[in-house]
Design a protein around this ligand. Structure first.
Ligand code: FE2
Ligand code: FE2
Length: 285
């Protein structure tokens, strides 16, 4: 099973650029095309928040249109740039978002890997939060299937990254979440967005990560105080998390744009392991 993770799409109304500079809609279109062109397509796509830039109805309509070519299920969770009511209005028909209740969290359990979408949004704030109600919900969902390989996906990372200005707006309540997750060794990953960079951490007995954005990236600046965080146009990317019962979950970062290549590895005769193509091969030991 392949789980694609796209994040921080920041879709805008038609013809509008994010921050007056970034053509996030065209970049998402290119990402969707990249997902479609791979020989082994993902089985599901997770989009981990900041789906739109301002949470406008029109932005969700554009998002729906841009995601439409994907034939596989796409599961969305909101980020700080989203508005739950507008997201629900446009995507409720897909059948996985809860019909009522404050939080847009849910479980997908018809796949080889159980997927738990967590809503970390605090309306009007940049930071995220796992309040007691959300923590209780998560603990309850995990307790239901403690033997199933499970991926949790959410917008705000619950761990510190060293990108200090972004860390100020990470997910509060992360320590309490860690206490819960640590009780479930079947949690293969905690997949996040928000920081617009590829980041990995060992956290709560599992691996937690942030995926790069399909649009702009956050500048890698590890200064003790890097505020204000800035963005740049490093290559847009997404992640492919490949599951098999033999290997567990293996995560790859894939770039959206095309680059030169592919080229065959033609070895230089000076290479220590060089063997002419017609040389008899020793049997592998
Ligand atoms: Fe974002
Ligand atoms: Fe965000």
């Amino acid at each position: 099973m392949i789980i694609a993770q796209i994040t921080d799409l920041h879709v805008r109304p038609r013809g509008r650029l994010a921050y007056d500079r970034v053509d996030t809609n065209a970049m998402l279109k290119a990402t969707v095309a990249a997902l479609m062109k791979s020989e082994r397509r993902p089985d599901v796509v997770l989009a981990t928040g900041d789906l739109t830039d301002c949470g406008l109805l029109e932005e969700y309509e554009v998002l729906r249109e841009l995601l439409a070519p994907l034939p596989m299920a796409v599961y969305l969770v909101p980020g700080n740039h989203d508005r739950r009511e507008n997201l629900r209005a446009i995507f409720y028909a897909d059948g996985y978002l809860p019909a009522e209740g404050e939080f847009l969290h849910y479980v997908v359990d018809d796949q080889p890997v159980r997927l738990i979408g967590v809503d970390t949004v605090v309306p009007g704030e940049g930071f995220g939060l796992l309040c007691q109600r959300r923590l209780n919900w998560l603990a309850e969902q995990l307790a239901r299937e403690p033997g199933e390989p499970t991926v949790i996906f959410m917008h705000h990372p619950p761990f510190l990254t060293g990108l200090t200005d972004m860390d100020r707006i990470n997910c509060r309540g992360g320590d309490s979440m860690a206490d819960i997750v640590a009780r479930f060794p079947n949690v293969e990953r905690v997949l996040c967005g928000h920081h617009h960079r590829p980041i990995q951490a060992r956290w709560a007995g599992t691996l937690a990560s942030v995926a790069p954005s399909t649009a702009h990236q956050v500048v890698l600046d590890l200064a003790p105080d890097n505020s204000p965080a800035m963005y740049n146009l490093e290559p847009p990317a997404y992640q492919l998390h490949v599951w098999s019962p033999y290997t567990g979950l293996i995560s790859h970062t894939a770039y959206v744009d095309d680059y030169a290549g592919p080229y065959p590895f033609v070895l230089d005769p000076d290479y220590p392991g060089y063997q002419p193509a017609d040389a008899p091969r020793e049997a592998a030991e």
